[in-house]
Each structure stands twice: as structure tokens, then as C-alpha cells.
Design a binder for this molecule. Structure first.
Ligand code: AMP
Length: 304
């Protein structure tokens, strides 16, 4: 079963307390596609890059079997994002965003991407998410991500997205802001009321909460306990891509709550690898054995 992932493909400039690197492969769709590809062998990426996008980044995505027919190549400049992490690695400052090729982009889904049974609307403008939704033909499970920027400047369009997706994945600060409450459990319930059947609230190093339609449908997932976090950029996108890839690999395009619990655990473990190096450097060399080992450890650490 295939997965379609639409979102940003970026050049990231990242500074942490330990190091700083420029022109890294970044973007919500890049991370999510590489993560999905760890589980599932047909991943279609939909995005746009500019003339300045390094060939090495494209080769990396290709070498991992990511299908790039839906990656538009423009003569403009690539989307760029520049951010800095502070001492605890949980707080991040965005220094600059170069919208560039994303400015007037309208996603165009090739037939194979439009036919995917599982679709991921990774972080991008709600307009782009709606344009993608309008072209989906085969999807029976659609998951979406978002960020504070869209909650602030495009909330009405974001609400339209939420009425049309099955799962919203969002981080804790954004969930509080969007739902208008400091309590995360209440936030999860309020976000469900906006339309999706399931909501995941990501809590960084503290794990994640999964909410379903019925009150008893609640699952608290731990994060894998990492001793050293090098660069958490893309952890949320890897979490979502890992979930979608795992569901697709098992043919679960109409997942139950129990299936989503498993998907969340796989997303959580996938995201842990992303944090261990800059950009996609760790994610791109994770093995199935390493994933299995972390799943086993996480189970042992959280069972009681
Ligand atoms: P995360 O750490 O999971 O929030 O994702 C970080 C990635 O999101 C980076 O690689 C950025 O290139 C990308 N990103 C940042 N801002 C935006 C935006 N406004 N639209 C799309 N992607 C973005």
C-alpha cells in the first residue's frame, strides 16, 4: 500500500548549543517521506524546490526509494528556514523563513500519488493542504499537521482542513493555542470537536497523547528516553511519517483506535532517531533492527 506525503522541501540553517550547519536537507515532507519509507516501500512526495536545491539532497531522497514525480522544480529560490535551539533543546527560535517557491505554489499530484490510500498533509499552508485534499482520489485515511503560524494567520482555512481529515497531529504549545485552553486533555477533546476522528498531541521529550472519538479512547505514549539530543528539527514530521508508513505497511487504511496506538508508538520511536543528528542524517541510516530494538526497550520501560 502506498502513502502520499505533501509538504515543504527546504534548505534549513540550524544552530544548536553545540554546532551550527547551513543548507541542510529539511522541510516537513522530506522528513515525513524518509520516515514513512522506513516502513513502507511506496512513498510519493509532493512538494516544490528551486534552482538552488543541492543535487545531493535529491539523490539522497531518490536513493531511499522516495517517488519524486510530484516534486516540482522551479526556477525560483528554494524555501528556506533558519532556526536556533536553546539550552534544553525544547525551546526554538525561528530566525527567518524564506517562503520563495512556496509563495504561489499549487501542489499537483501525479496519478499514482492521488491514488494513494493513505495521505499525509505535512506542515504547509492550509490553502496548500486544501488544494492537495481536492486532488486525492484513493485516500481513505488522511492525516494533517500544522503550526502556530497557520493558527495565527489562516485559522478559518485550517478549520476547513480539519473538517476533511481523519487525524490531526499537533504539538502541545500549538494545541493549547488553537484550542484556547491550557489543559492538554481538554485541548485534545476540543480539537476533536473541530472535525478529525483522531487527534495526537506531541509533547516533545515527554511523549504524546492520542485521542479518539469515545471518552475511553485515550492513549499516553512515552518518548524513547534519549540521553543526547543533537537536533530535534523534523522530529514531529518524522513522527507523522513514521505513523503513516507503519499503517501503510500493514494495509491499515481504515485504522481502528488500537491500530493507531501502535502507529503512535512507531512514530515516537522513529522521531527519536531524527533527534540524534543534524537534518535527516540519522534518520537516513536507521535500520529495521535498530527500530525493533528501541520498540522493545520502550515496551520494557513503560509496561506495568
Ligand atoms: P518540526 O521540527 O517537526 O517542526 O519541522 C521542522 C521543519 O519544518 C523544518 O525542516 C522546516 O524547513 C519546516 N518548516 C518550518 N516552517 C515551515 C513553514 N512555514 N511551512 C512549511 N514548512 C516549514
Amino acid at each position: 500500500m502506498s502513502v502520499m506525503i505533501a509538504g515543504s522541501v527546504a534548505l534549513d540553517h540550524v544552530k544548536t548549543p553545540h554546532d551550527s550547519q547551513q543548507n541542510l536537507l529539511g522541510g516537513s515532507a522530506s522528513y515525513a517521506a524518509l520516515a514513512a519509507g522506513l516502513f513502507c516501500d511506496e512513498v510519493h512526495l509532493v512538494g516544490i524546490i528551486g534552482h538552488d536545491f543541492p543535487h545531493a539532497h535529491l539523490s539522497l531522497l531518490e536513493s531511499k526509494g522516495i517517488r519524486l514525480e510530484g516534486l516540482e522544480r522551479s526556477s525560483g529560490a528554494s524555501f528556506t528556514w533558519s532556526g536556533e535551539y536553546h539550552n534544553d533543546m525544547n525551546s526554538r527560535t525561528t530566525h527567518s523563513v524564506g517562503i520563495n517557491v512556496l509563495e504561489n505554489w499549487v501542489p499537483k499530484l501525479p496519478a499514482a500519488a492521488a491514488a494513494a490510500k493513505i495521505a499525509v498533509l505535512a506542515n504547509m499552508s492550509p490553502d496548500n493542504q486544501i488544494q492537495t485534499l481536492d486532488q486525492l482520489q484513493g485516500a481513505s485515511f488522511v492525516a494533517a499537521d500544522t503550526m502556530d503560524l497557520w493558527i495565527n494567520i489562516a485559522q478559518a482555512r485550517l478549520n476547513e482542513v480539519l473538517k476533511r481529515v481523519d487525524l490531526l497531529v499537533i504539538n502541545d504549545g500549538e494545541a493549547r493555542e488553537f484550542a484556547g485552553t491550557g489543559n492538554l486533555i481538554e485541548a485534545g477533546r476540543r480539537l476533536l470537536a473541530k472535525g478529525p476522528r483522531y487527534v495526537v498531541i506531541k509533547r516533545g521529550e515527554h511523549g504524546s497523547y492520542l485521542f479518539g472519538e469515545r471518552p475511553e479512547q485515550f492513549f499516553a505514549c512515552s518518548a524513547y528516553p534519549l540521553e543526547s539530543v543533537f537536533d530535534p528539527t523534523g522530529a514531529g514530521d518524522s513522527f507523522l511519517g513514521g505513523m503513516a508508513g507503519w499503517l501503510a505497511a500493514r494495509g491499515l487504511h481504515q485504522p481502528t483506535f488500537a491500530d493507531l496506538r501502535q502507529a503512535v508508538v512507531h512514530g515516537s520511536v522513529t522521531a527519536s532517531f531524527t533527534c540524534e543528528a543534524f537534518s535527516t542524517h540519522r534518520l537516513q541510516r536507521v535500520t529495521a533492527a535498530e527500530i525493533a530494538a528501541r520498540l522493545g526497550e520502550l515496551q520494557a520501560y513503560t509496561r506495568f
